[in-house]
Design a protein around this ligand. Sequence first.
Ligand code: NAD
Ligand code: IPM
Ligand code: MN
Length: 368
Amino acid sequence: MSSLKKDSKIGTRKRIAVIAGDGIGQEVIPQAVKVIKASGADVEFADFDWGADRYLRDGTTVPPDGFARLSRDFDAILVGAFGDPRVKTNIHAKEILLGMRFKMDLYANVRPVRLLDAALCPLKGVEPKDVDFIVIRENTEGVYTDAGGVFKQGTPDEIATQEDINTRKGVERIILYAFEFCRSHAKIDGSPRGKVLMCDKSNAMTHAGSLWQRVFKEVAAEYPQITPQHMYVDALCLQMVRDPRQFDVIVTNNMFGDIITDLAAGLQGGLGMAASGNIHPGKTSMFEPVHGSAPPIAGKNVANPFGAILTAAMMLGHLGFTKETSKIDAAVLEALRQKKTTEDIGGSLGTREAGDWVAEQVSATLSS
Ligand code: NAD
Ligand code: IPM
Ligand code: MN
């Protein structure tokens, strides 16, 4: 097995590990895979059965060599979602999803926020050109490390602590990533990006806030052509719904990044439209839609597959398949224009049928 990835890097073929996971992950990921196949990208897939069913069957969340295998044998990982009402502790989601982020050191959670069709935005008078920003979320630290503990549990004197871990290395590399991203990525309309906004809560969380503030100023000084900005996270939430036009690149910690990207998904038409990548440059990275397993709608063929399909396009772009990425993005745009979508965004198609439509559109563009 160890030679597989090496071989794939010599040729152009890329190997993709697919972990559909739980709930609607099982429905949207097959649509994304179908669309990738239709794009003609030179890739091959290997399915992994990690998720709630496997955990309930044999107690395995991640097999002993799981993460090592992913890093060694694959160029990228495509993930659905984890979360199942039968697993009350959510232990499998923690070990698989957060496990990949932490143990594979995928420190940059890149979440593009793009409005593809004005009709999808709940805000008045907002058009696609007005919503085109990126949230760069720190993905390996913060309160997500689960550091802390309990004392006198179950008694009236119970104490629970949840530590917010911020390291100089972690803060510096994510802020640097944001500035580099800003420098090297254009907006959808082709104009250059020029602003990086750091979002924190340094008026209340002064210790972590001080570290983020100092590092942000130091890194910003290295990028004189980029305008550094700052907002407290509460104010940012207000501004995001008042005037999303003002945002370009936002960098923030793990927890704030989680929260503001659900809010930002609302600007794009809901969680069914939001894509993300969990990236460590040069290492095997993981791509997943922002949404969860959505248990109430799972198994009904109603989940919107576009977030997963746009995530697949993002993954292909990361792997160097730029033409294929553009074709998939264009096919999703066309689906929106022709209302060939699921009901959550105004169409009347099922998950599979919306996926089929995009796949056919991608194939048609290839042969035309
Ligand atoms: P969720 O994202 O699953 O659902 C939130 C809302 O958005 C629901 O109303 C749902 O129906 C809707 N929705 C989500 N995706 C949709 C889609 N593709 N099409 C149409 N509607 C969609 O979040 P939740 O309800 O808070 O969590 C459910 C489970 O998923 C929990 O176990 C949670 O921990 C887990 N979760 C996992 C991930 C992940 O694996 N990356 C992300 C978020 C939540
Ligand atoms: C996300 C999810 C996860 C997170 C959960 C499932 C742990 O909400 O990817 O946005 O909080 O990071
Ligand atoms: Mn989330």
